[in-house]
Design a protein around this ligand. Structure first.
Ligand code: SF4
Ligand code: SF4
Length: 455
């Protein structure tokens, strides 16, 4: 399988400049360690959701392009024999550039390889650097850059389908709660944060969160306008500058609202991006705390603000990579899951070893999802984009089988999780393999089983 990055679309001069400007300029001590310390043991292969498709997508193999570029300029071996035998490259020829373009879209930055590597090498970080090179050289799929530019420019709010989705969401919240929704209220305990993407894929989850906040008598507020399509999309497609511009706007809004907590329902890449990356990149100390909805609910549940009426079914939790491995949130969802069912069972791979759903975080969205979004916002899908999106299905099918086998093994009737993309991709796999289970955001089940004990 190869990404349809046609010869005419790769500008080798632009690629050379991108390698100089993006790759070499970001080699710090951590990246240097990742580049130098691989012992080639291949332990990372089994952890990657893309290796079931082909061993060429093993973490160490994908990151090898970064190592070749590094060796060519920084090691004696790379400058001499390495260049002769192909172990180092100052720049990339057309074939190598196409290979890089293919590899960078076969990594979700899930971090699983780092946790099994005896040297703790984060191959995802090296692949992300190459993705930034690809973006700067104009090699990212146009469909992604179009969506991302819409977010960076702020023009997403001019799109009727987005405005309607958001305004309908607020109306629905108002209808369910039976009163006006607090919007853009300063100094609330909770700023309930959501993106347009969430408003479109699971509005009911967001409405239920509003219902819970209201039931618990919390001092909360929602956003009159979203802060982006799924901000910052730039981090996923390799546009660091675009992501920076979006993060500045997000930070300005969070700071202006000045809540105690910014609460996210999405545990995908937005979670570590808005909790950690945004503040690191902007070099700021936030006065608020960014949390996933499960973190706040577990805290309130443990403070006995509500009880949870349990069910009997076997349910399981899928750890989203960005919420768990990259975000450090493992305990809170389990507090809630154990209260939700005495028959809560762990998937065979869970916690830091959770097997990635194979989407998001740079590994692309579900092809149908991306196509639908492009259609509703009027972005034309070229033949090349279509081929690219279709090519991303194979890893989803292969990795999905592993996930479905795990669900079947523990005979779970419901998989709960906390990331919209995990829900879409696991849902796809469950349908594809006709598994006898369903997948939902944890709020879907929890909202109806909360019994308030004190306000
Ligand atoms: S970060 Fe995840 S997807 Fe990327 S190479 Fe490592 S295991 Fe594979
Ligand atoms: S597990 Fe670590 S040391 Fe082993 S091949 Fe992979 S990156 Fe290299």
């Amino acid at each position: 399988m190869s990404v349809t990055m046609g010869q005419e679309s790769i500008n080798l001069d632009a690629l050379k400049r991108a390698i100089d400007d993006v790759f070499y300029s970001q080699i710090d001590s951590t990246i240097l360690y990742y580049l130098q310390s691989c012992v080639n043991c291949k332990a990372c292969e089994a952890a990657c959701p893309f290796t079931p498709t082909s061993l060429k997508y093993s973490p160490v193999n994908k990151a090898e392009i970064a190592r070749q570029l590094y060796r060519s300029r920084f090691t004696v071996w790379g400058k001499t024999i390495g260049r002769i035998i192909g172990g180092s490259k100052k720049y990339l020829n057309l074939e190598e550039a196409e290979t890089m373009a293919d590899y960078v879209w076969h990594c979700t930055n899930c971090g699983a390889c780092m946790f099994v590597c005896p040297m703790a090498i984060d191959s995802g970080a090296l692949i992300d650097l190459l993705r930034q090179v690809a973006f700067r050289a104009g090699m990212a799929p146009k469909i992604y850059t179009d969506i991302e530019q819409l977010e960076v420019s702020g023009k997403y709010w001019d799109i009727p389908v987005f405005r309607d989705a958001w305004n309908n969401l607020i109306l629905k919240m108002k209808e369910v709660i039976g009163k006006d929704i607090p919007l853009d209220k300063k100094n609330s305990e909770v700023l309930f944060y959501a993106s347009i993407y969430e408003a479109m894929v699971y509005p009911d989850v967001l409405v239920k969160v509003a219902k819970i906040l209201d039931m618990l008598g919390k001092d909360w507020t929602f956003m009159s306008k979203p802060l982006g399509i799924r901000p910052p999309v730039g981090l996923v497609i390799g546009d660091k500058e675009g992501a920076l511009n979006v993060m500045k706007k997000v930070y300005a809004y969070f700071t202006e609202m000045s809540p105690k907590y910014v609460m996210l329902t999405a545990g995908g890449f937005e979670y570590p991006a808005l909790r950690y990356t945004m503040h690191e990149v902007l070099k700021v100390q936030p006065k608020y705390e960014v949390v996933h909805v499960t973190e706040l609910l577990a805290k309130w549940y443990e403070a006995k603000e509500f009880e949870i009426e349990p069910i009997d079914e076997v349910i399981t939790w899928h750890d989203p990579c960005q919420l768990g491995r990259r975000g450090g949130v493992f305990e809170a969802p389990r507090v809630l899951m154990k209260a939700l069912s005495k028959n809560f069972k762990e998937l065979p791979s869970h916690g830091v070893n959770s097997f990635c759903c194979s989407r998001g975080g740079g590994g692309c969205g579900l092809p149908s999802m991306v196509e639908n979004m492009a259609k509703v916002i009027g972005i034309p899908i070229s033949e090349k984009d279509k081929k690219f999106l279709d090519s991303t299905l194979e890893p989803l099918i292969k990795a999905g089988k592993i996930k479905v086998n795990e669900i079947n093994k523990i005979k779970a009737s419901e998989v709960l999780t906390g990331c919209p993309v995990c829900i879409e991709s696991i849902g796809f796999s469950i349908d594809y393999y006709h598994a006898n289970a369903k997948v939902n955001h944890i709020i879907e089940l929890l909202a109806d089983r909360i019994k308030v004990t004190k306000k």
